[in-house]
Design a protein around this ligand. Structure first.
Ligand code: IMP
Length: 430
């Protein structure tokens, strides 16, 4: 029996990971976030009730699962407070089940200001960030200027570290961006107050995971964003600031690679992207508009409309091998219902050369042409189908083609937003 599985996005995020994590978390003892922050938006629908989570692991709605935030996650205390209170108002007991690593970098108010100021300064070259301060917080971590969760419980040390960080950031805000400086006293007071709300939740996540594994418990690692937004393997510089691919599980939770038994790669049956950057199979016609409408393609975090396009098997192939995907979960298959002819990008052409995986040089993405293969669509509704054999023949052919083109088998299919609307071909935990 599988003990530990990883659920990762294999596109540009928004693949529907939250729903799948929520579903699988019924069978695990712990759900762990290991990278990103509250830039993520995981939408869960249970009996028509919608819950959107940004920071707290998507296992929180299943009472049996402990939820852990590993050291690789950048934590906004404000967001954590809002989300905790929102869940508590719905009757979810967050505090007895949530643990936060003391080594998590804290997203401070100046990070958010800097994120906005930078984006504004980039003008037409803006990344299209979520504006949550994610990039500046990771920069501070790497520059060893960051505030960690553990610092919040040592006022003297926090004050000392904050002074150094704010000296630098206030200089940048004031002198480089021409903005107002932030008040040191206010930032310090807020951090101490917010920190106090979560003191009893601070936990050595790496140590806890080791303990759970020793006891034979089952663990689910929940990715945020997607492989093409990875800081190293994505469409740089139009990426997020963390590693979203498999290695981040080890560094961001504090476990070894042998702690991973199965990798579930989540992909939509088509492709979407929010923010700027290359998107070779993007559609600009009524077919793309139809996908956006039927798929309700608006960002769960920012509400921005998502760009829509055909499935990109070239990019998925790289995601499959970069992450060592064991099986794919294909989501939103029902959004393709009624599309007459479905296309899949099967190769890129760059300067006359045919590529079966994307180039690593980011600039090359601008000059790509896509080679497509066409598949006949289906007119029947697949919404809510739970047995593979009940799918229309053309939908089965499409899924088989995805397997062949993308380099890993399809183990799950999601046929609607509700927790119950799934086909499980091979359960990742079995
Ligand atoms: P940041 O993570 O806010 O710095 O944004 C960097 C890029 O990642 C932007 O293109 C965002 O739109 C994108 N991004 C960040 N989080 C998500 C997500 O959860 N889903 C989809 N795109 C995201």
């Amino acid at each position: 029996m599988t003990k530990s599985i990883v659920v990762l996005g294999t596109q540009w995020g928004d693949e529907g990971k939250g729903k799948i994590v929520d579903l699988l978390s019924r069978d695990v003892d712990a759900v762990v976030r290991f990278q990103g922050g509250h830039n993520a938006g995981h939408t869960l629908v249970i009996d028509d009730q919608k819950t959107v989570l940004h920071l707290i692991p998507s296992g929180i709605l299943n009472e049996g699962a402990q939820c852990l935030i590993g050291n690789g996650v950048v934590v906004s205390l404000e967001a954590l407070k809002t989300e905790t209170e929102g869940l508590e108002a719905k009757g979810v007991d967050v505090r007895s089940r949530l643990g936060i690593s003391p080594a998590c970098p804290v997203i401070m108010p100046y990070h958010e200001l800097l994120d906005h100021a930078r984006e504004k300064a980039r003008g037409v070259n803006a990344i299209g960030t979520t504006g949550r301060g994610i990039g500046p917080a990771y920069e501070d971590k790497v520059s060893r200027r960051g505030i960690r969760i553990s610092d919040l419980y040592n006022p003297g040390l926090l004050s000392e570290k904050l002074e150094e960080a704010m000296d630098y950031h206030n200089f940048v805000l004031d002198q480089y961006f021409g903005m107002q400086r932030m008040s040191f006293d206010r930032v310090l007071d807020d951090a101490l107050q917010l920190g106090a709300c979560f003191s009893e939740l601070v936990k050595d996540v790496s140590g806890e995971l080791h303990r759970l594994r020793t006891e034979g418990k089952r663990i689910l690692y929940e990715g945020a964003q997607g492989s093409l937004l990875d800081i190293d393997h994505g469409t740089y510089p139009f990426v997020t600031s963390s590693n979203t691919t498999i290695g981040a599980v080890c560094t961001g939770a504090g476990v070894g690679p042998s702690a991973i038994d199965y990798v579930l790669g989540i992909t939509k049956a088509y492709t979407t992207r929010v923010g700027s950057g290359p998107f070779p199979t993007e559609l600009f016609d009524e077919v793309g508009a139809g996908l956006a409408e039927r798929g309700a393609e608006f960002g769960a975090t920012t509400g921005r409309p998502r760009r829509c396009g055909w499935l990109d098997a070239v990019a998925l192939r790289r995601a499959a091998h970069t992450n060592g995907v064991t099986g794919f979960c294909v989501t939103k298959l029902d959004v393709l219902d009624g599309v007459e002819t479905i296309k899949v990008g099967i190769a890129y052409r760059l300067n006359g050369e045919l590529l079966d995986i994307p180039p690593q040089n980011a600039e090359a993405w601008d000059d790509l042409e896509v080679e497509y293969e066409s598949f006949p669509g289906w007119q029947e509704s697949t919404r809510g189908i739970t047995r593979f054999e009940d799918l229309p023949a053309n939908a089965k052919t499409y899924l088989a083609a995805m397997e062949a083109l993308c380099g890993a088998p399809v183990h799950m299919v999601s046929t609607g937003p509700d927790r119950k609307e799934n086909i499980v071909i091979r359960h990742p935990m079995e």
